[in-house]
Design a protein around this ligand. Structure first.
Ligand code: FES
Ligand SMILES: [Fe+2]
Length: 395
């Protein structure tokens, strides 16, 4: 956790080597070439239940996905129950600080073990039904009137645990309790170096809001993969802060990192600002494959864990991270205003656009959707997604 003694400011000097390289490759605004690459995707990709089922099988139940932020379970002996990607999960941090991701289901008769939705320090949890009790490591440690289960071996009835890992300030899990191998190679070093440079794991969780959207998860992601809409959809809100030019996009394994200069950015400015807040000048936008978005702003970081719930429905867990808690009136006012502003921009503009697209695509009006030269990170993202989906169609 940050203390007020430690005032971290992200600067060009604190970024990862690869983030610095990307920023240094940004061209002067006037010399940014217009891109003309065009591509398309079948409209059915956003509406067909068979595509949704394939994505669930080949991606969301197979690759490591962020289920929470580390800062949501900050201390040893804490529990946090949440719904993630449609599954009831119970997260814990044990006495040694190790994170566990369990299915939130009692081993007696399946009752949800923890109903409350806030993180709480408990050491152990007791089922509301018959009070079977589990440790923060998931071990069954107490069974009332155990003599009525003469064959029960407590050591065989621990909670069902999913493979998990904590890295870069996220708790990642593979959402398949039967997974034979737990392959976390997708959480690669270059990505973790970038996330650690932002200190995602030691930010202050200022705000959290859940959105339930009538839109396919990919339509919710798309606006975070292109600058084309910014001057149009956001014309009356944030458009003036950005330029109408392509981003620099890099692949970090299956994850995408975009960097862009704010409006009027010129590379020469970088020389004089090694120790200034870099996010006043540069915006970072990541899509962690498959569906987590990170966007930087000067005074906060937005993290969105986007979760498919059906072919035409998604849930977004939006988190607003600040470098430290607001400890004076000016900061309180700034954080509150920023939080309200960003919820409005994402909620009433980007998410609304996703829902509008879904409604139009459901009508059957289009066979395919089109992407132009200011949307090129979108086909990059689909090349990665399709590589995963091809696993099942090629076998
Ligand atoms: S269902 Fe949990 S103790 Fe019975
Ligand atoms: Fe947007």
């Amino acid at each position: 956790m940050n203390t007020t003694a430690e005032r971290f400011v992200p600067t060009l000097a604190t970024l990862s080597a690869s983030q610095i390289r990307a920023i240094r490759s940004l061209p002067p605004l006037g010399q940014t070439p217009a891109r003309t690459d065009e591509s398309s995707r079948p409209a059915a990709s956003f509406t067909d239940p068979a595509v949704y089922a394939q994505e669930q099988r080949e991606v969301f139940r197979r690759v490591p996905v962020p289920v929470a932020l580390s800062v949501q379970v900050p201390e040893p002996q804490m529990f946090l129950a949440l719904e993630a990607y449609g599954l009831p999960l119970l997260l814990s941090r044990d006495a040694k600080g190790q994170v566990h991701v369990f299915l939130n289901a009692c081993q007696h008769k399946g009752s949800k073990l923890v109903e409350r939705s806030d993180a709480h320090k408990a050491g152990r949890v007791s089922c509301p039904y018959h009070a079977w009790t589990y440790s923060s490591e998931g071990k069954l440690v107490g069974v009332p009137r155990q003599e009525v289960f003469p064959s029960l071996r407590k050591e065989e009835r621990g909670l069902t645990e999913l493979p998990s890992r904590e890295a870069g300030g996220f708790i990642w899990a593979i959402l398949d309790a039967e997974a034979e191998t737990a392959d976390f190679s997708a959480v690669n070093d270059e990505l973790v170096a970038d996330l650690d440079a932002f200190r995602i794991g030691s930010q202050h969780l200022y705000g959290h809001k859940t959105f339930h959207l009538d839109a396919n998860w990919k339509l919710v992601i798309e606006p975070f993969l292109e600058p084309y809409h910014i001057q149009r959809l956001h014309a009356t809100t944030v458009a003036a802060m950005f330029a109408d030019v392509p981003n620099i996009t890099d692949r970090l394994g299956d994850h995408l990192r975009q960097v862009s200069g704010k409006a009027n950015f010129e590379p020469a400015q970088l020389e004089g600002m090694r120790h200034e807040n870099i996010h006043k000048t540069i915006t970072h936008a990541y899509v962690l494959f498959p569906s987590t978005v990170i966007i930087t702003s000067p005074y906060y970081i937005s993290v969105m864990i986007i979760q498919p719930r059906g072919p035409a429905t998604s849930t977004v867990e939006y988190f607003n991270l600040t470098r430290e808690p607001a400890d004076n009136d000016k900061a309180r006012e700034l954080f509150a205003r920023s939080f309200e502003m960003i919820l409005n921009v994402f909620g009433n503009e980007d998410f609304r656009a996703a829902c509008l697209s879904q409604a139009g695509l459901e009508s059957g009006a289009l066979k395919e959707v089109l992407y132009g030269g200011l949307e090129t990170p979108i086909p990059m993202f689909y090349a990665i997604l399709d590589k995963h989906l091809a696993r099942s169609t090629s076998t």
